[in-house]
Design a protein around this ligand. Structure first.
Ligand SMILES: [Zn+2]
Ligand SMILES: [Zn+2]
Ligand SMILES: [Zn+2]
Length: 288
């Protein structure tokens, strides 16, 4: 039975015949930046059962490594499937899947590059880099970055967009709402809230695209036009900024406080940590 998926704005839609053959959580820094999430989850299926239903012409492709291209919706920034023609495989980001893919995550890869603020609490196998079944694939080294004391810095995947925050975060939540799942194209988002006055773009702000969900009161995402990576979204009305934690280059100091919108959680994802679970919205952090 085919399963469908759509980006946040609904422009890009696709269908996968399945069945899915594997599902892995990837903690590599490129996935974290592209998705803006703690990790990305990709489900693999045969390419012949994959069909674009709409919006293929709205995709932007970014070459993130010598043999890797990442695609995203140019309207809303949602991550699109990876078509591996040589292998006859499609890698589908699990966040936007509608319904049950009939498979559950089988392990974690690139835990060597895991975010310092995220703790793996399930008992799935953990691979330092690629899992052994991928063979001897060379890893792409990523630059290590440090910030001046008192500053937290972040950047997009291509590096054109960068930002800094000069205060401590007000809150940090793992968000399971269906909008975050499609926007981040991941199991859930991990969002930090800061005072807007303490947030500054250090380069590339003109390259940031914002997309607001028309029917939402304020749900807006921002991403880099060139690489599609999730970047902070400023909210002048709230006096705050929402920073997708996956985009950070340094440790924000804070750790996630709770899971929120747990009523909308993906069926294929189990919460295994002991953090509080809030069914819907959390109390809004006051930024003023
Ligand atoms: Zn879209
Ligand atoms: Zn990855
Ligand atoms: Zn970029």
């Amino acid at each position: 039975m085919a399963i469908q998926a759509a980006c946040l704005c609904g422009t890009v839609r696709y269908e996968i015949e399945g069945p899915f053959s594997s599902m892995l959580n990837c903690h590599c820094s490129m996935c974290r930046k592209h998705h803006g999430a703690p990790f990305a989850t990709f489900a693999a299926a045969a390419l012949e059962g994959f069909r674009w239903l709409s919006g293929e012409e709205k995709l932007t492709h970014y070459k993130s490594s010598p043999n890797g291209t990442r695609s995203f919706c140019s309207v809303c920034g949602s991550v699109a499937p990876l078509l591996m023609r040589d292998a006859g495989t499609v890698l589908v980001p699990a966040g936007p899947l509608e319904g049950d893919p009939g498979i559950r995550p089988q392990g974690h890869m690139f835990v060597g590059s895991k975010a310092p603020w995220y703790t793996i609490s399930d008992s799935l196998p953990q691979h330092e880099a690629y899992p052994p079944e991928c063979g001897d694939v060379p890893s792409i080294p990523r630059p290590t970055v440090s910030a001046e004391p008192g500053k937290t810095i972040g950047s997009c995947l291509c590096g054109d967009v960068a930002y800094e925050i000069t205060s401590a975060p007000l809150a940090m939540y793992q968000c399971h709402c269906s909008r975050c799942r499609r926007a981040r194209s991941a199991a859930h988002g991990a969002n930090l809230f800061y005072k807007l006055a303490d947030f500054h773009w250090t380069r590339g702000s003109s390259q940031v695209v914002s997309y607001k969900v028309p029917e939402a009161k304020r749900f807006t995402v921002a991403f880099c036009r060139r690489c599609g990576a999730s970047v902070p979204q400023e909210s002048p009305t709230l006096g705050g900024v929402v920073v997708p934690a996956g985009g950070l280059d340094t440790d924000p100091g804070m750790r996630p406080m709770a899971h929120i919108f747990v009523n909308s959680k993906a069926v294929w994802f189990d919460i295994t940590d002991t953090m509080p679970q809030i069914p819907e919205a959390p109390p809004l952090p006051t930024a003023r």
